[in-house]
Design a protein around this ligand. Structure first.
Ligand code: URA
Length: 213
């Protein structure tokens, strides 16, 4: 049986004028780098989908793989390796051979936003790409939202009211679609350096997930 194709933005997606203009600027400035909507990483047969915010300039936007080259990726990938949700070695570049096991990583917004801040309009424009993953990942059970923007994007994409599901670190929300949404503070440099998110707190989230699958 042929699998349904998950919808992804074009390499030169023009849906969001501000993001397309920023991309053109970065393509001129860093011609050897990826500078395009960052595709999801990991199998569409996975049971777990991790939803980040958006690519970082010198991380995913440069390397073309979510959280790769970003400070946030160091904690995310070391945690995935610890819990056997990844195998190989994470070397912060897209061809390091790292493989994800039973999980896939995507972003609520696929293009690099100026100052890491996508607008509501841009987040909404990117929703069909998230929704397509919900619709075409046949084994999907758990969606892990990294941060409030990811949490809200998952809820909106699922047709849920934001008021019904309050974001809290390590909270579990049963959605009407049957998916379980789990929240975590984003593993950003800011959150880890201010200790809003510590390594044990992040590990708690994954222990919870592993109990659910
Ligand atoms: N890199 C990503 O790909 N996503 C984030 O949310 C942060 C860094």
């Amino acid at each position: 049986m042929t699998k349904k194709k998950i919808l992804a933005p074009d390499h030169n997606c023009q849906i969001c004028p501000r993001l397309a203009a920023f991309r053109a600027k970065n393509q001129a400035k860093y011609p050897d780098k990826f500078n395009a909507p960052v595709p999801s990483f990991g199998s569409e047969d996975a049971e777990i989908l991790i939803v980040g915010l958006a690519p970082g300039l010198k991380g995913a936007n440069f390397t073309g793989r979510p959280f790769t080259g970003d400070f946030a990726g160091d904690l995310l990938y070391s945690t995935l390796l610890k819990y056997k949700l990844a195998k190989g070695e994470f070397k912060a570049h897209a061809d390091d051979g790292l493989e994800l096991i039973n999980c896939r990583i995507t972003n609520a917004v696929r293009c690099l936003p100026p100052e890491n801040k996508p607008t509501g309009y841009e987040i909404n424009n990117c929703q069909p790409f998230l929704k397509s993953q919900f619709d075409h990942m046949p084994n999907l059970k758990i969606v892990l939202a990294l941060g409030l923007i990811g949490h809200n994007a998952v809820l909106k994409t699922s047709g849920e009211k934001l008021s019904g599901y309050k974001f809290a670190h390590c909270a579990t929300h049963k959605l009407q679609s049957g998916l379980t949404l789990i929240d975590s503070y984003h593993c950003s440099k800011y959150n880890t350096s201010t200790k809003r998110l510590t390594e044990p707190m992040f590990h708690d989230v994954f222990e919870k997930i592993l109990k659910l699958i």
